[in-house]
Design a protein around this ligand. Structure first.
Ligand SMILES: NC(=O)c1ccc[n+]([C@@H]2O[C@H](COP(=O)([O-])OP(=O)(O)OC[C@H]3O[C@@H](n4cnc5c(N)ncnc54)[C@H](OP(=O)(O)O)[C@@H]3O)[C@@H](O)[C@H]2O)c1
Length: 327
């Protein structure tokens, strides 16, 4: 099969296509003939050598794929060869074939092609885990989402809307702000033009928000604590601008705040299957109705993976950048 290698890591140009054996599914796994694979910001970190894969994961980039089940590992009964699936994988997605735990695959939602379906797993697993399990976001609450136009950000807007919470997003330009409002955010703040904490206070008449979903890290920490209400929750999914600094943590005690966060890849097989089951029960029916959909910004052939990563690093995109392995 063809797959992408990134050697010892570096800029986007370190990636190229090569040929190698098709992986074989182990017990409890399925082999997927990949039609499309999603690109995620963690792939950029891994390619640059800053996010090594877990020891038992494929070293090949790619955390989500959609395609057709080509073979079943021992003991797999929930999928049949030939079924269309989209799956969260711990690696190996930038390839013509990829193995996935059977319990981490979901059916292709009605009305979606493989590329749209491949845009779902990484964002939905991550946002569900962080906002529902850790952030405990509830109906009637307010959520501040940094990086509102990212794949993660747009998914968080849709999850908030689905559960009846209101979202405020931060974005880097006016086009992204307009898009996020159209997508369901109640307010969008251009952080290059205004201080987000002051804007949140203005928008909420000084009340603040119940939950903050953050990917920026240290430079935002003090202001994130400032905009949280009593019993508020700050949830980290990344530290794009660093994790270290000097902070005044007194708001944590004064307002009984919770600081939490998580990464998806090191979770156990069982934890990920439980998230898959929750998505299947709660979110997949919404996909079938068309009320929740991914936003695919660009599609690249697998051979143009370097261009696809350049686009992601430019941050010009809104939503998902996809690789079409078998257009
Ligand atoms: N914890 C987990 O399990 C998990 C899983 C998946 C992704 N993530 C993280 O979630 C974040 C979003 O992922 P994604 O795949 O949705 O990414 P993405 O689509 O590439 O979005 C990242 C966006 O964040 C904004 N941003 C703000 N500050 C930034 C900075 N210092 N550097 C780069 N971008 C910045 C940019 O938009 P503006 O123009 O608005 O600045 C950019 O478009 C990433 O940090 C990723 O590592 C975490």
């Amino acid at each position: 099969m063809k797959y992408v290698i990134h050697g010892s890591g570096g800029g986007p140009e370190c990636m190229s296509l090569t040929n190698g054996p098709i992986p074989s599914p182990g017990p409890g796994q399925i082999l997927i003939e990949v039609a499309s694979a999603g690109i995620n910001r963690p792939d950029v970190l891994q390619r640059s050598g800053k996010y090594p894969p877990p020891a038992d994961a494929s070293p090949v980039l790619g955390l989500e794929v959609a395609g057709t089940v080509a073979a079943l590992g021992e003991g797999v009964t929930e999928w049949k060869v030939g079924a269309g699936v989209t799956a969260l994988v711990p690696g190996g997605g930038y390839a013509e074939y990829c193995v996935a735990p059977a319990g981490h695959a979901l059916p292709i939602p009605a009305g979606m092609d493989f590329t749209m379906a491949a845009a779902l797993p990484e964002n939905w697993y991550t946002v569900w885990a962080n906002l529902m399990l850790h952030g405990r976001l509830a109906a009637g609450e307010r959520l501040l989402i940094h990086g509102g136009s990212s794949g993660i950000g747009l998914t968080a807007i849709q999850l908030a809307k689905y559960i009846g919470a209101e979202s405020i997003v931060t974005v880097g330009n006016a086009e992204k702000a307009a898009f996020c409002r159209e997508f369901g955010a109640a307010h969008a703040i251009n952080y290059r033009e205004a201080d987000f904490a002051e804007e949140v206070k203005r928008i909420t008449n000084g009340a603040g928000v119940d939950v903050v979903l953050d990917m920026v890290g240290a430079p935002y920490l003090q202001r994130n604590l400032a905009v949280l209400k009593r019993d508020g929750r700050l949830v980290f999914v990344a530290f794009l601008e660093g994790a270290k600094g000097e902070f005044d943590l007194s708001p944590v005690m004064m307002k009984r705040l919770t600081i939490t966060g998580s990464t998806m890849r090191p979770r156990t097989l069982e934890e990920k299957t439980a998230i898959r089951d929750a998505l299947l029960a709660r979110i997949w029916p919404e996909m079938a109705k068309g009320t929740i959909r991914p936003h695919v910004f660009a599609r690249f052939p697998l051979a143009e993976v370097t261009e696809a990563h350049r686009l992601m690093e430019s941050s010009r995109h809104i939503g998902k950048i996809m690789l079409e392995v078998k257009p």
